[in-house]
Design a protein. Structure first.
Ligand SMILES: *Cc1c(COP(=O)(O)O)cnc(C)c1O
Length: 385
């Protein structure tokens, strides 16, 4: 995704540019890696902050018919976007309060515990056409999922199994980013053993990182999330097939010159070591730039890395543009995330997932479909909105 240098008509609000074409390309690339296995796209948390409806529609257009969200509410929103023919699974499972939404939006609950199994079993027995479910078994994550005792119990209760009508048996990998971690093989073995106790049902184990563990981990469906959005999923990025699809563009609202010895921002945490040129940009921690990036993080200005100076504030961040080579002017943009995502995550001592989902609701979302546009279309795009 190329970076615009300035916006002819700009707003004080940051823009989250989501390249839907790239998300589709990432879907295709992951699909090519898994052969006959289906892809169930993880679009929980508003598609990792990028917009579940727009992303869901783009993936649906690419052929995706299975989606995973975390909650019933997310499922309902996605249903309105992708229409009646997509299977939408709710990872956190069924809860009494969500019954109406689950049934109304035809969502398929993932059954994570015997409590959920019994609750949903009773619901399924009393409604006409209960949705299919997925049975989630724990193989070492020790988060959600049936325990070995739960697997035994559900395998013996034929009537409950029939009421739940499971379409998939799934589990989740704890250590997949590192292929050399022995936990992966342990989980694979436990998954096979548990599945063998249950009625024959299609299986799913791998998230994005799991895809790179190879064919034995693919089974009949994989469930990528981060890889669709272009975040690095494994300790070996060079093996990965997807590319960044989301960029945060922060408008330069003011360019100012400060003298050596002056301080910048709240609490005066930055003291200018020399005369400096500062770009004040319209994006702050409310837009997902972590406060811990104060005086520490970096961003991109004209394809050059520049430093964040002073404390990141709610709506604004200050950038040291003293040495930037090209013109720095009001209406220009400073770029976060995108290709820079992994560096930002490292600097913020967090993971790329968190930086994506933190992008916040305030950004103007620009869903970019470059192929349909003329070569200079990005600028025109900016003017339109
Ligand atoms: C979030 C999630 C995924 C997707 O994981 P990625 O690492 O983003 O590919 C898959 N399965 C389950 C159960 C999840 O919670």
């Amino acid at each position: 995704m190329s970076t615009p240098i300035h916006q002819p008509s700009y707003s004080t609000r940051p823009t989250l540019r989501v390249d839907l074409q790239q998300i589709r390309a990432n879907y295709d690339a992951l699909k090519a890696r898994v052969g006959a296995a289906k892809i169930g796209a993880s679009v929980k948390a508003d598609a990792y902050g990028l917009g579940a409806v727009a992303v869901g529609k783009a993936l649906y257009g690419a052929g995706c018919r299975i989606f995973f969200v975390a909650t019933a509410g997310e499922g309902k929103i996605l249903r309105d976007g992708v229409g009646p023919n997509a299977a939408i699974y709710v990872l956190n499972g069924p809860a009494p309060r969500d019954k109406g939404v689950l049934l109304g939006a035809k969502l398929k609950p993932v059954i994570n515990s015997m409590e959920q199994a019994e609750f949903w079993g009773s619901v399924a027995r009393e409604v006409k056409e209960p949705p299919y479910t997925a049975i989630h078994i724990d193989t070492g994550m020790n988060r959600l999922g049936l325990t070995p005792d739960g697997v035994k119990a559900i395998s013996r209760d034929k009537s409950l199994w029939a009421a739940l009508n499971p379409e998939w048996v799934m589990s989740h990998l704890a250590c997949a980013p590192d292929a050399s971690n022995p936990m992966n093989k342990t989980q694979l073995q436990r998954f096979r053993q548990s599945a063998a106790q249950l009625p024959l049902t299609p299986l799913s184990l791998a998230n994005t990182a799991g895809i790179y563990l190879g064919k034995p981990y693919h089974f009949q469906m994989v469930r990528p999330g981060i890889g669709l959005y272009g975040g690095v999923a494994t300790t070996k990025p060079e093996q990965e097939v997807s590319k960044p699809a989301a960029t945060l563009l922060a408008p330069i609202l003011q360019v100012r010159y400060v003298k050596a010895g002056e301080t910048l921002g709240y609490n005066g945490t930055y003291v200018a070591p020399r005369d400096m040129r500062i770009a004040v940009v319209g994006a702050g921690y409310a837009d997902g730039i972590p406060v811990n990036q104060s005086n520490r993080g970096t961003a991109i200005l004209h394809d050059e890395e520049v430093n964040i100076v002073g404390r990141v504030s709610m709506d604004l961040t200050m950038i040291d543009a003293t040495d930037a080579n090209l013109t720095v002017e009001v209406g220009g943009v400073v770029v976060f995330r995108g290709e820079h995502l992994e560096a930002e995550a490292k600097s913020a001592q967090t993971i790329n997932y968190e930086l994506l989902v933190r992008l916040g609701q305030r950004c103007r979302r620009d869903y970019w479909k470059p192929k349909k546009d003329a070569p200079d279309a990005p600028k025109k795009d900016f003017r339109k909105r």
